[in-house]
Write a protein that binds this ligand. Structure first.
Ligand code: SAM
Length: 219
């Protein structure tokens, strides 16, 4: 994991407007973020804002650092995606599992989370048990680029701009038409979202996989 990636997520997490970042591609995404988000509980606090770092073993070679999505943003992501009990939700890079667990708790959805970090996978499965939804959700240690996502009806992301772009062809090839995709903070380049919303200074992007994939979006 590169230092500038850590910095980018921390900046996105803090919602700092117009902050210059070493990588040029993400600048547009950061520019859409508004003022600092509400941080109302320890669970919502980013690693940069605590003296106790979140689980982040050095041995894990991840594409994106662990920064949890605030609960208010989780709620809005699920609302935007119109999640219901008929859905199968996949969170790619699932952290402590909050998005999938909330989808099961609040909407009765089934779900799967994948994360490269085994400690986070264990934490997520523990949280699912505590929440009483472990019959409907599961978390597995896996590289999100290797995950079979074909069963998903909703995919959630809180990654990074370049990771979203690398993931885009997989999303478009493997997901069925009509599958909804929701991304916290970061867009997918020239794949125009159907909806963009803001909550607590965060931007949420929403796409639906089309029947016909334009050639320009395949790479
Ligand atoms: C910004 S956090 C988002 C966590 C959660 N989705 C949320 O919104 O609260 C990104 C997560 O992706 C995981 N991750 C990074 N690279 C990954 C990879 N190649 N495969 C699976 N997970 C990965 C990290 O361990 C981290 O938990």
């Amino acid at each position: 994991m590169r230092l500038n990636q850590v910095f980018m997520l921390i900046v996105a997490s803090a919602g700092i407007v117009g902050m210059g970042v070493a990588s040029c591609q993400p600048q547009r995404a950061f520019d859409t973020e508004a003022t600092a988000p509400a941080q109302t509980s320890p669970a919502q606090t980013s690693p940069a804002q605590t003296s106790q770092p979140a689980s982040q073993p050095q041995a894990v070679d991840r594409d994106v650092p662990y920064v949890p999505t605030p609960e208010s943003v989780v709620a809005e992501m699920l609302r935007v995606a119109n999640v219901s009990q008929n859905d199968v939700i996949y969170d790619l890079g699932s952290g402590d599992g909050r998005i999938v667990i909330t989808a099961a708790q609040e909407y009765g959805a089934r779900g799967m989370g994948v994360d490269i970090d085994p400690a986070l996978v264990q934490q997520a499965n523990d949280r699912a048990r505590q929440a009483g939804v472990s019959d409907r959700v599961q978390f597995v240690q896996q590289d999100l680029f290797e995950t079979d996502i074909s069963e998903a009806t909703v995919v959630t992301l809180y990654l990074l701009p370049d990771v979203n772009l690398r993931l885009r062809p997989k999303l478009l090839e493997e997901l069925r038409p009509g599958t909804r995709i929701v991304s916290h903070s970061f867009d997918m380049g020239d794949w125009e979202p159907e909806q963009v919303t803001q909550v607590d200074g965060r931007t949420i992007y929403y796409w639906v996989v089309p029947e016909e994939i334009p050639a320009s979006l395949r790479s």
